[in-house]
Design a protein around this ligand. Structure first.
Ligand code: FAD
Length: 450
C-alpha cells in the first residue's frame, strides 16, 4: 500500500545508469528539484554487465556534455584492434578508444548528479504509474514500503526493461520484438601472463554459441581483460555464459584465471523506439533503444540522450509546460543524432543475421575497413557509407547471396537514415511517419509470421 506521503518533484529520473545520472545532472543544473532513484544500493551503481568500450569519437562527443572519463575511470587506452572469425582472415580495426572502468565511472556520474543538486534514492524501485493522467509515479523501497511521487516530468532511464516506457509512457508504444533484443555475458578475468599488446582489442565474429553476434577481449591494463560474447536473443544459444570457455580457445595465447566478476545482461539491438516522448515523459538510453544495433555500444548514446532529456525536462519544468509539444524537440534531436545512424546500422545487422557464417565473416572484415565512411553515418548524409557497401559488391563476386543482400541493404540503409533525419517536426505527423518506418522495417506482423 502507498504511504500516501506527499511527494512533489519537478523531475524524476528512473534508473541511475549512465543515461539516468547524466539526465539528473542536467535537470538539476537547470535549477529544478530533481530526484533520481535506482533499484540498487548506491555502492552498486555502475556495476552492470558491460564491456566498457568507448571509441575516441564517442569520448569526443560526450566530452561536450560531461567531464569525460579520466584517471582511474580509464582502464586502458586502445590504439586499435583485430577483427577475426572462424576460418576468416583477421583484419585490423583502425578504431582507437578507451576501455572504461564502468564501476568507477558510474559512481562518478552519480556523484556529479548529486553535486549538481539532484537527490538520490537508492534501493528504490519504480513500480509504475500510480496515476498516468496526474503524473503520479509509485516507488517502492527495500522494506517494501510504497510511496507516490507527483512529478512534472519523468525521465525513464531504467535500461532494457524500460519500466514506464513500455507501459503508457510515450505517445506511441513500440515494444522491441524478440529479434531486436541482444543478450551478452562478460567476465573480468585476471591473466596468468601480461598481454603482449595491452592497447589492442580483439573481436571475434560469430563465435560458437553466439549466432550472429561476436566475442570480445578488451584489455584492462596488461594483466586483466574484460572478455565476453553476445548476440541477438533469437540466435544465441543459452545460457550465453556457457560459451565463454570456447571463446577463450580462439585466443589461445591468453591464459585466463578465474573471473573476479561476471554477469549477463540484455540490451536493445534496433533503431530507437518510434516515440520517446509522452505527456510529461521522456525515454532515454536502453529504455528508448538508443544502443547501437550493430555492436551494442550504448554508453555514449545514453549520455547524449540523457543530456538532451535532462535539459528538455528541466526547461519544461521551469516553464510549467510539460506537454508533448514542448518536449517534442528532444525526440527530433535524438532521432537525428542517434536514430539516423542506428536505423542504417540496423539494416546492416539484419543483413548480417541472414548470411552464412562464411559470408558473414567476409562482410565483417569488409565493414572493419569502412573507417571514415562509417563515421559519416553520424553526419547529415549516409552517402559515403552506402557507397562503401556497394564497393564491397565488386569484391564479393562469388557470393551471390551477399551481393543481393548488399545491393538491397545499401538502398535501405540510405532510406532508413533519411527517414530518421526527417523525424516529424510535430507530434501530429507521428502516425504517418511510423507507417513509413513499418514499411521499411516491417511491423509487428513480421515477428508473428516467424
Ligand atoms: C554484456 C554487455 C556488454 C556491453 N558492452 C558495451 C560496451 O563495451 N560499450 C558500450 O558502449 N556499451 C556496452 N553495452 C551497452 C551499455 O551497457 C548500455 O547500452 C548502457 O549501459 C545503457 O545505459 P542506460 O543508462 O540506458 O541503462 P543502464 O545502464 O542499464 O541503467 C539502468 C538503471 O536502471 C535501474 N533500474 C531498472 N529498473 C528499475 C526500476 N524499476 N526502478 C528503479 N531503477 C531501475 C537499474 O538498476 C540500472 O541501474 C553492453 C551491454 C551488455 C549487456
Amino acid at each position: 500500500m502507498s504511504s500516501g506521503a506527499k511527494n512533489i518533484r519537478d523531475v524524476l529520473v528512473v534508473g541511475a545508469g549512465t543515461g539516468g545520472c547524466v539526465a539528473a545532472l542536467w535537470a538539476a543544473r537547470a535549477g529544478v528539484s530533481t530526484l533520481i532513484v535506482d533499484a540498487h544500493p548506491a555502492e552498486e551503481i555502475g556495476t552492470k554487465a558491460c564491456g566498457g568500450a568507448l571509441s575516441n569519437d564517442g569520448v569526443a562527443t560526450i566530452a561536450e556534455m560531461i567531464d569525460p572519463p579520466r584517471g582511474a575511470e580509464i582502464a586502458s587506452t586502445v590504439a586499435g584492434g583485430t577483427l577475426g572469425s572462424q576460418g576468416g582472415r583477421a583484419v585490423d580495426l583502425a578504431e582507437p578508444g578507451i576501455i572504461i572502468n564502468r564501476a568507477i565511472f558510474g559512481q562518478r556520474l552519480l556523484a556529479d548528479a548529486i553535486d549538481a543538486g539532484a537527490e538520490f534514492g537508492e534501493n528504490t524501485t519504480c513500480v509504475g504509474w500510480a496515476d498516468r493522467g496526474r503524473q503520479i509515479i509509485r516507488l517502492r523501497d527495500a522494506g517494501e514500503r510504497e510511496r507516490d511521487v507527483s512529478v512534472r516530468v519523468v525521465i525513464d532511464a531504467s535500461g532494457y526493461r524500460s519500466v514506464l516506457t513500455r507501459h503508457g509512457g510515450p505517445t506511441h508504444v513500440d515494444t522491441p520484438l524478440r529479434s531486436e533484443v541482444g543478450i551478452g555475458h562478460y567476465a573480468l578475468v585476471p591473466l596468468a601472463a601480461e598481454l603482449e599488446r595491452p592497447d589492442w582489442v580483439r573481436v571475434h565474429v560469430s563465435p560458437a554459441g553466439a549466432g550472429d553476434g561476436y566475442g570480445w577481449l578488451f584489455p584492462v591494463g596488461a594483466r586483466m581483460a574484460n572478455i565476453g560474447l553476445g548476440g541477438s536473443l533469437a540466435r544465441v544459444d543459452r545460457p550465453v555464459r556457457s560459451h565463454l570457455a570456447g571463446l577463450l580457445e580462439v585466443w589461445n595465447d591468453v591464459q585466463a584465471l578465474p573471473p573476479l566478476r561476471s554477469g549477463t545482461g540484455m540490451l536493445p539491438l534496433r533503431r530507437p523506439l518510434a516515440s520517446v516522448v509522452g505527456p510529461g515523459f521522456l525515454s532515454v538510453g536502453d529504455a528508448a533503444c538508443h544502443a547501437n544495433p550493430l555492436h551494442g555500444g550504448g554508453i555514449a548514446p545514453s549520455i547524449i540522450a540523457g543530456t538532451l532529456a535532462g535539459k528538455a525536462g528541466g526547461r519544461a519544468a521551469l516553464k510549467r509546460d510539460a506537454s508533448v509539444r514542448e518536449l517534442w524537440p528532444y525526440a527530433i534531436e535524438t532521432m537525428r543524432t542517434i536514430g539516423a545512424p542506428h536505423a542504417a546500422q540496423e539494416i546492416i545487422r539484419r543483413l548480417m543475421s541472414s548470411l552464412s557464417p562464411d559470408d558473414l565473416a567476409f562482410l565483417a572484415e569488409e565493414l572493419g575497413r569502412a573507417g571514415a565512411a562509417y563515421r559519416e553515418l553520424y553526419g547529415s548524409s549516409p552517402g559515403r557509407f552506402t557507397r562503401h557497401l556497394l564497393s564491397i559488391v565488386g569484391r564479393a563476386a562469388r557470393r551471390p547471396a551477399l551481393v543481393a543482400g548488399l545491393l538491397s541493404a545499401s538502398r535501405q540503409a540510405g532510406a532508413a537514415h533519411r527517414l530518421f533525419r526527417q523525424y516529424p517536426s510535430s507530434p501530429d505527423r507521428l502516425d504517418a511517419w511510423t507507417r513509413r518506418v513499418e514499411q521499411l522495417f516491417g511491423g509487428p506482423e513480421r515477428e508473428r509470421s516467424r
